[in-house]
Design a protein around this ligand. Structure first.
Ligand code: ASP
Length: 320
């Protein structure tokens, strides 16, 4: 008998449509009375929050981390239900802070509980099936929706409304859920995790664009931020004005992390001119590997909360 801890946090999977067809929260989570088709499994269910995931902040992620950090002693796996809008961030945060052999599986839904074609119950059952599968051990935090298994490290929400929204643009899905079997296609490269006690650092994310205004970046140099992530152009480049703004931030001792605003691929220093990645790196900007802006922000937060020195912070962000 596998013991699984289920933590419900809210999101569309816990919501329903009202008479006007608008989606709203209810007092009861519809999954609490769900009839599931599963082999022997003992579920311990906690409604830890009931929030739309836009209301989830790193403080809620920290509360989940604190609930889970000793869970390996009592459970064989964990399933967390969550709104899909920030699901990738919570999954990435937990993946970067918990080092577990037992599976942690996150899921959600794109259609609420009483809508035609509602995917919540199905995704919940799939997540439980992955959580009780022996092959799911030592894979970090996974995201399971729409019959696909994604690693928290690589997954992102790609479609605003479609049920086939979660994808891993760089790596592809890590596995799939079939009617009878769970299949995994690859193992993940090793990564380090850091424990976390606080999430107080202020780290905005800015997106680069043609003609990006460097003055706005220079204003941030004096604003008390602890770091900044810039979704730069292509392989990690900026226009001249934005590059001058980055230099001001670096002069003020603020860590500047560069990722690509492109949907696929990894930012790396290639071009040697003002604003080119080579010059940004020489000036002290950090290139983060294989993460989008919202994930780089969490990685920087975890690194700074662990007081990593410049060298360690660089290495940590460079690694997958
Ligand atoms: N707005 C919802 C949320 O993130 C979307 C969803 O769950 O699919 O809470």
């Amino acid at each position: 008998m596998k013991r699984i801890l289920v933590l419900h946090t809210g999101g569309t999977i816990a919501m329903h449509e009202d008479v006007d067809g608008d989606v709203e929260q209810g007092a009861q989570n519809p999954l609490n009375d769900a009839h599931l088709d599963l082999p022997e499994v003992e579920l311990t269910t906690e409604n830890i929050f009931n929030l739309p995931s836009e209301h989830i902040t790193p403080t809620h992620m920290l509360a989940l981390y604190n609930r889970l950090k000793d869970a390996e002693q009592d459970f064989d796996g964990v399933v967390i239900t969550h709104g899909t809008d920030t699901l990738e961030e919570t999954s990435f945060f937990l993946d970067g802070t918990l080092s577990f052999e037992i599976p942690i599986v996150m899921t959600g839904a794109m259609r609420s509980s009483n809508e035609l074609g509602s995917d919540g119950l199905y995704n919940f059952q799939s997540a439980l099936r992955v959580a009780i599968d022996e092959q799911s051990k030592n894979r970090g935090v996974m995201v399971v929706l729409n019959d696909e298994i994604h690693a928290a490290r690589f997954v992102t929400k790609t479609h605003a409304t479609n049920v086939a929204t979660f994808a891993s643009p760089i790596s592809g899905a890590m596995g799939m859920v079939n009617k009878r079997k769970i299949l995994f296609f690859y193992d993940l490269p090793d990564k380090r995790t850091y424990p976390i006690k606080a999430v107080d650092k202020r780290i905005p994310v800015m997106k680069a664009y043609a003609g990006m205004d460097g003055h706005i970046l220079s204003l941030l140099a004096d604003s008390g931020i602890d770091g900044i992530v810039i979704e730069a152009l292509g392989a990690g480049n900026l226009g001249e004005d934005a590059a001058l703004g980055v230099l001001k931030l670096l002069d003020a001792g603020i860590p500047v992390v560069i990722v690509s605003r492109s949907f696929k691929g990894i930012a790396e220093p290639v071009y040697d001119y003002l604003g080119g990645g080579v010059q940004l790196e020489k000036a002290g900007a950090i290139f983060a590997s294989a993460v989008n802006g919202q994930k780089a922000r969490l990685k920087l937060l975890i690194g700074l909360e662990n007081q990593l020195n410049t060298n360690d912070l660089n290495n940590y962000l460079h690694e997958f």
